[in-house]
Design a protein. Structure first.
Length: 194
């Protein structure tokens, strides 16, 4: 099923399109293609006067606000939480003063940030999501957006993952349960028709 509608108050939310994620090998789409599609979406949203949210993963220099907890991944990485920053947001997306910038400390963009407040103050009722990685930051943000009552649309070709299987699982099984998946082209067409 394709995306059917964009609300009058729809925001574009782009997750972790930063130097660190862009350097990783991604599947099914190369990171450069995802950034190009994200930039195309961002330009169209800005032209339509719709909010663009750029979310970046970072922690304080001492790592004190890094996500705690035991996990296999943390154990393999050396145990304790430490400072973590995926670097600057990709160049084609930066330089727009009207964009909303959100720094997150977890996979999702809602927990521990002011994203919900910033969207609600602008009357936003729907978000379009893209970014890296589909099954981590994008999926976590999508789940929280759904729980917060937003309509969620997924720009499925403006997101990618470190695992093609993980990307496919999110896009094919989870996303249709909480929103509407669509392509960049389909989303741009709906945005132009509003």
């Amino acid at each position: 099923m394709a995306v059917t509608v964009l609300d009058d108050k729809t925001a574009l939310v782009l997750i972790d399109l930063q130097a660190g994620t862009l350097a990783a090998p991604t599947k099914p789409y190369p990171a450069a293609d995802v950034v190009a599609r994200a930039a195309e979406l961002a330009d169209a949203f800005r032209a339509a006067g719709a909010p663009v949210v750029l979310v970046r993963m970072t922690t304080s220099p001492d790592g004190a606000d890094a996500t705690p907890g035991r996990s296999e991944a943390a154990r393999l990485a050396g145990g304790r939480s430490r400072a973590y920053d995926l670097g600057p947001i990709a160049e084609p997306l930066t330089g727009h003063d009207e964009d909303i910038l959100v720094a997150k400390r977890n996979w999702g963009a809602f927990h521990g940030t002011d994203l919900d407040i910033r969207l609600r103050r602008r009357g936003v009722t729907q978000i379009v999501l893209g970014g890296i990685a589909t099954s981590l930051g994008v999926e976590s943000t999508a789940r929280a957006a759904h729980e917060h009552g937003y309509h969620v649309t997924f720009a499925t070709d403006a997101m990618t993952d470190i695992s093609e299987d993980a990307h496919r699982h999110s896009v094919s099984y989870l996303f249709p349960l909480i929103g509407e998946p669509g392509t960049t082209k389909e989303i741009l067409a709906l945005l132009a028709d509003r």
